[in-house]
Design a protein. Structure first.
Length: 281
């Protein structure tokens, strides 16, 4: 084969490989950047799957549907409240969250907070992925994912799955990657919609969220769009923040949902996992 024919054949192979082995959404593109149109829904909406699924893949698609499911319980946010010593106790979410049709929480209040909303999106995504969960999960593991003690009292931080997710620090990483082996770490530049994250602010406490994407505004300011429950949205809603506000972040992705049936309830986690810097050049 002469050189020109070789180049021609090679070009055809490369061209058709794009059809035979299509690139996954977000694959190979660092800091997948949203468009202005992607932000047109505003703060409160049920279009997370419709808007952001084109950038996502795998179980992240179910997470986006789950975000819409949780948001549907309070289209106006539903009120944000956090108070560890509150009487009645604080509510992680404002509705009776269930796994496999079995209750995880009877909400003492009609409010929510960040780690509760992210955990609800996690659980609701599992409900979609694992429709036979009620038949397959053991009683002890089901009890481990509950958000309340049997008497209805608050489940304290670091106690079983919800307590680990709700703890200070990178709770979703502790819970998904370490405790249950249901997920994997993701670098900031590789994040796609439907990833879970814990944010450490430069000023203030942390935040538990579902990533929606990165955004570069008309002034060149780099930002992050996420969904969660926060004071600024009075509960569930989308929030766009400047990267200048973020000290570090830890992002994780749901990859092995079936491990909800197999995790070691007594497993210890490393609480000193370092966060990642967002180096978006």
């Amino acid at each position: 084969m002469n050189f020109k024919k070789y180049i021609a054949v090679f070009s055809v192979v490369i061209f058709f490989s794009g059809f035979l082995f299509p690139q996954k959404p977000g694959e190979g593109k660092k800091f997948l950047t949203l468009t202005k149109e992607d932000l047109a829904n505003g703060t409160y909406h049920l279009n997370h799957y419709k808007t952001f699924s084109k950038y996502a893949s795998g179980y992240n698609l179910q997470v986006l549907k789950a975000v819409d499911s949780v948001q549907a319980h309070a289209l106006d946010g539903g009120t944000y409240f956090i108070g560890v010593k509150a009487v009645p106790a604080e509510s992680p979410v404002n509705y009776e969250l269930k796994f496999g049709g079995k209750s995880l929480l009877t909400p003492p209040k009609g409010s929510s907070y960040c780690s509760g909303s992210a955990y609800a999106a996690f659980i609701e995504s599992l409900n979609m992925i694992l429709p036979d969960a009620a038949k397959k999960i053991s009683n002890d593991r089901f009890e481990a994912i509950r958000m309340q003690e049997p008497d209805g009292g608050r489940r304290e931080d670091w106690v079983k799955l919800w307590g680990i997710w709700n703890a200070d620090g990178f709770g979703s990483q502790y819970a998904m990657v370490q405790y249950t082996n249901m997920g994997q770490d993701v670098k900031p530049e590789d994040a796609i919609p439907g990833d879970f994250a814990n944010i450490s602010w430069k000023h203030g406490a942390g935040h538990s969220v579902v990533i929606l994407g990165w955004f570069l505004d008309e002034q060149g300011s780099k930002k992050l769009l996420f969904w969660s429950s926060q004071k600024k949205t009075n509960g569930y809603g989308d929030l766009l923040v400047s990267l200048d506000e973020i000290k570090e972040i830890k992002i994780v992705r749901l990859t092995k949902p079936e491990n909800i049936y197999h995790f070691d309830i007594k497993k210890e986690v490393n609480k000193k996992v370092p966060g990642d810097q967002i180096n978006w050049e």
